[in-house]
Ligand binder design. Sequence first.
Ligand code: EPZ
Length: 424
Amino acid sequence: MDAFVIQGGTRLRGEVTISGAKNAALPIMAACLLTQQECLIRNVPDLADVRHLSSLLENLGAKVWRDKQKTLHIQVQDESHCLADYETVRRMRASICVLGPMLARRHRAEVSMPGGCAIGDRPINLHLRGLAALGAKLDLEGGNILADGSCLEGTEIFLGGPFGSTVLGTANVMSAAVLAKGKTIIEYAACEPEIVDLGNFLNAMGAKISGHGTPRITIKGVESLGAADYTVIPDRIEAGTFLIAGAITNGELILKNCRTEHLMALLDCLHKIGVDVDRQDGTIRVSSARRLNPVDITTQPYPGFPTDLQAQCMTLLCLADGNSMITEKIFPDRFMHTAELGRMGAQLRKEGPTVLVQGVRELIGAPVMASDLRASAALVLAGMVAKGETTVLRVYHIDRGYEHIEEKLQRVGAKITRVDQPQV
Ligand code: EPZ
């Protein structure tokens, strides 16, 4: 099981090119189930999660391959298999995003309930409520959802839940509604850029979607969908992670291929912390050479502060000049990284969905255990600024969502190496 060995203390300097967005690519790949024509998807990152979904799509009768330009080709050839089993969904919850497209196109689907994961419960009641509103018949058998979508009809659906909107719930309902009879309105839809990307991809296939990116999405059902050639947006969470890397190491990073408008909440937060950020079109320059100010952060649905950058920002605030409060409104238990940061000398106190971060002068390198994708990134950031050596164990978590992260960090000066048998 791979680990990263990191020597702390280097200031990162240079250029980083941001890869395509994992959370846009996954539902777009699933949406290829809506046609038997060949779809081309460009800028898809080379990640464990992408490979995992590719093999699920192959089990569902699609041919999936990358050409020499790394463009992903997906073409469904056989629609008889409709099972996404527990083993598949357990390993990657986002596999649930095949449910809506399969229901719309094949009128049936059998998908395992995802269960929970390290960041908390991952219910899909809102997904199921939205699909049932479209007329899907849903039964639960042996932990699998048996779905019959033989006559999906457009309707008005309120998709809000106790934690606000649902990203993949919106993706599933939108992907099901595109082939339903009549008009569907999704109220309290997720506004994330990844949902906008999915809506644009579906429209490129011939769907009639408007309002994606706002809380009210309108979908006019069509008879069928066809091929599309589409480029996925850059990954705002990877970009945010590297912005924090430049800030925490007192370095100077230039991020290429960014959509700065997708990062406004983080940029606002970094400004308050005292980090210098300069934006020019698709480039962001970040530098920080002075003490960091403490700030209070509350994670919210987009355009609020993203929960996927909470752990990384906590690491930065561990070194601020004072106390910060971080409140998780999306996944209240998403704090597996706090205990590991504590092993490195961070002063963190969890009270329910809030963590009090008392700034310390320095972090001390130590062996630490990754628990989930973004917690792993937080530990890598801590290792790069800690005194001495840090070993981050179980980095398969980070490989799920960051394309060749250690190579990208090495190119801007980080002393980080991947080892297969860590000595800890
Ligand atoms: C997506 O997950 C992302 N994953 C997550 O990123 C991200 O953290 C999350 O959105 C929030 O932004 C992908 O896009 C593949 P939700 P998703 O449904 O869609 C509750 C990463 O690190 N909820 O928006 O599964 C839920 O429990 C990953 O890249 C219900 O109650 O998240 C949570 O509290 C981690 N019922 C909140 O809503 C439902 O039916 C938001 O969840 C669905 C969700």
